[in-house]
Design a protein. Structure first.
Lengths: 230, 103
């Protein structure tokens, strides 16, 4: 019993903490030029922080929404590629949740960093299932509520630069990146990608430098350059 | 393409990875090289977005108040500050620098 309530409280705690930074997503999305409803739909349907920040980040880098189809195409591809890790989480979660048919649709939506991490952190199967559902649901509810709060606040703030929201968007990417930099290989890829995207920006259409930098990962990953273990 | 169309397409594509993992656990996702590339791809895209968002503006390389703001964010991350505190602090640093020094 005590064990069960601890899974529940961990799940809700993670949901609250994660939801809170939905405020920054909401504010940054509106600063990028999306309206409140577009921002909200991203949190409801895309529901994956990294992909959402990437989508609005590419739009913002292009100077807002007036910038046309190529930029939106690059935003789509960036969000899509950043979402791939959720596919690996889903592979881990499928045998634990054991859902069939249409019963897979909702857990698929809720398969994100946090729900997977809490679930896999539990010892017993029952707690793993419970951790996934409560964390997924809690993050979904709080993330969406706080996205709305952030979007309304961002809309009221006016000039995003005066409030440092462009710096906040960069900080958000650094925060998402930080926990992944423990290995030498990842750090090298990060430095190379940052450099490639920055120096090619003056010469390429908006959004393309980010995708070009992704090639660094493909090259290093396929040949396992700088990789310690297999 | 309108922004709304882009939002819907991107949302479906992001969802497609998730449902693929549930429907076809032994798909391409279950390959060590694919798994390693995917992990590094996440790192590369986030780092690239950091560079573009933090160091460029209007299609040019620009160093301004964002650079010290990112340094403060890195310091806070090193000391394990919560995400939202770190993001707010970087906005505050950049906002104040612009207000007082116009950079």
């Amino acid at each position: 019993m005590a064990k069960q309530s601890s899974v529940t409280s961990v799940s809700i705690g993670v949901g609250l903490a994660t939801g809170l930074y939905g405020i920054s997503f909401g504010a940054l999305s509106v600063a990028a030029g999306l309206d409140i409803w577009q921002t909200q739909v991203l949190s409801l349907l895309m529901f994956s922080g990294g992909s959402q920040f990437a989508f609005v980040g590419v739009v913002a880098a292009a100077g807002g929404v007036a910038s046309g189809g190529a930029v939106i195409g690059a935003a789509i591809v960036s969000a899509w590629l950043l979402g791939i890790r959720n596919g690996f989480y889903a592979v881990r979660m499928a045998p634990i949740l054991q859902r069939v048919g249409l019963g897979k649709l909702i857990p698929a939506l809720l398969t994100i960093d946090e729900s997977t991490a809490v679930s896999l952190g539990q010892q017993e199967m029952k707690d793993q299932v419970k951790g996934f559902w409560i964390t997924g649901a809690a993050v979904f509810v709080f993330w969406n509520l706080m996205t709305f709060v952030g979007a309304v606040l961002g809309d009221a703030l006016g000039d995003p630069r005066a409030w440092g929201l462009d710096a906040a968007a960069a900080a958000a990417f650094l925060g998402l990146l930080w926990p992944r930099l423990k290995e030498k290989q990842a750090l090298a890829v990060a430095v190379a990608a940052l450099f490639i995207a920055t120096v090619t920006t003056p010469y390429l259409p908006a959004g393309v430098p980010v995708l070009l930098a992704g090639l660094a990962a493909v090259v290093v990953g396929i040949w396992n350059l700088l990789g310690g273990k297999k | 393409m309108s922004l709304w169309t882009g939002i819907l397409i991107a949302s479906v594509l992001v969802y497609s990875w998730k449902i693929l993992g549930f429907l076809v656990p032994n798909s391409v996702l279950n390959h060590p090289v694919v798994s390693r590339v995917a992990g590094l791809l996440t790192v590369a895209l986030l780092a690239a977005l950091l560079g573009v968002q933090g160091l460029t503006g209007s299609g040019q390389i620009e160093f301004d108040a964002r650079v010290p703001a990112i340094a403060v964010a890195a310091l806070l991350l090193y000391f394990k500050a919560p995400f939202v505190v770190m993001v707010a602090a970087s906005a505050l640093v950049a906002g104040l620098l612009r207000m007082f020094f116009g950079i």
